[in-house]
Write a protein that binds this ligand. Structure first.
Ligand SMILES: Cc1cc2nc3c(=O)[nH]c(=O)nc-3n(C[C@H](O)[C@H](O)[C@H](O)COP(=O)(O)O)c2cc1C
Length: 197
């Protein structure tokens, strides 16, 4: 069934700006499927962005984000559906992608202090998300042995905290394996793009 046209932001979280990376191919497959189905797509590729490291809590709380960071915030605000893709590095998202979130998801944009004992207000409500993570180990091992802890952190502590929901995930394990398996994943992700799911 065709889904309503959506505004989709694809955040390709691979730190390698060039090169033939599977994560780039997955991001492209999602974009292709989505465009074919009439969705509007924008892409931000972490590997091509100059992302400064956030070094002080004061900057996070009260600093003025650079023009470039504001541009990324604008892209996030524009989207109704966010797709985040990254390779698992040392059990977590690569540092460059974490640096992106630390710059972009600031108070006043992603959430607002609740005051007193109240919980912070989520400012990015009404947006869904899909996280696609690739890794060397088998996906089941990551989900069952490691309890997908870093993925849950991204879903709950970062995205849901800012108001995203529902958030779905795709874990692609044993990624350095057969070409036929990679092709099957690219087809599957292209189908997700068509449904903006
Ligand atoms: C620095 C680094 C750390 C990695 N850490 C892990 C890890 O903790 N667990 C794992 O299963 N795979 C790990 N891998 C394998 C990558 O997740 C895998 O090669 C990647 O998802 C392939 O995607 P790409 O072709 O787009 O780079 C690591 C790879 C690199 C380069």
């Amino acid at each position: 069934m065709a889904s309503k046209p959506q505004r989709i932001l694809i955040l390709d979280g691979h730190p390698d700006g060039g090169g033939r990376r599977f994560v780039h191919a997955l991001a492209e497959a999602y974009a292709q499927g989505a465009r074919e189905a009439g969705h509007e797509v924008r892409t931000l590729s972490v590997g091509q962005l100059d992302i400064p490291l956030l070094r002080k809590g004061e900057d996070f709380q009260a600093g003025t984000p650079s023009r470039e960071v504001q541009r990324w915030q604008e892209a996030l605000g524009w989207a109704g559906h966010l797709v985040v893709l990254y390779p698992l590095w040392l059990g977590d998202m690569p540092a460059a992608l974490k640096a992106f979130f630390e710059q972009v998801l600031r108070p006043g944009f992603a959430f607002a202090a609740g005051g007193g004992k109240r919980l912070p207000k989520k400012l990015l409500k009404g947006r869904s998300a899909r996280v696609i993570v690739t890794m060397g180990m088998p996906a089941l091992f990551y989900r069952w042995y490691y309890r997908a802890h870093s993925l849950k952190n991204l879903e709950r502590n970062i995205l849901a905290f800012a108001g995203f929901g529902p958030i779905r995930s795709t874990v692609i394990g044993a990624v350095d394996g057969k070409a036929a398996t990679r092709k099957a994943w690219l087809d599957k992700v292209r189908r997700l793009g068509r449904r903006a799911a």
